[in-house]
Design a protein around this ligand. Sequence first.
Ligand code: ADP
Length: 164
Amino acid sequence: MSVAIYPGSFDPMTNGHLSIIKSGLVVFDKLIVAVLRNPRKEALFTVEERVEMIREELGSVGGDVEVDSFDGLLVEYCKKKNVRVVLRGLRAVADFEYELQMANMNRHLNTQVETVFLMANDAYFYVSSNIVKEAWRLGGDVTRLVPKSIAHRLDEKMAETKRG
Ligand code: ADP
């Protein structure tokens, strides 16, 4: 069975992430969506919330997808899960350099792990969690850029923030 790990911050998951997961399931039998616990990045949602939100959404996607979280080195997590393929999505050229650096570093750290890139769906080429959060914070309508359940969570978060 072919398995790939799809790692990321997913703060929150967008339609872009979802389209990579759907495309990933065309190529691999199983995906492990792995939310990175990164103390250096300030996040809107906790790792637990992000895992729950992805699980909730993936219920309707079908396919063999596990949702997990990890910290530390991705290659160590790959070893622990006994998986040798990392899946990443590529958007505009802006992603390219960073993704190449990461893939090369991971190969340097563990030659057993390969990174596979899938191209973003053109409808979501310019969608990132950060840009969604920025627009949402300013009251913009992001409902076409994230799954419905995630838009709902964003609204809840807004109400929570307002309550202080
Ligand atoms: P990270 O902080 O590790 O970049 P992200 O959650 O932002 O985590 O992204 C995880 C992966 O999903 C990355 O490979 C990123 O390029 C990809 N990705 C993010 N947004 C999109 C999108 N709109 N379309 C395709 N891939 C995307």
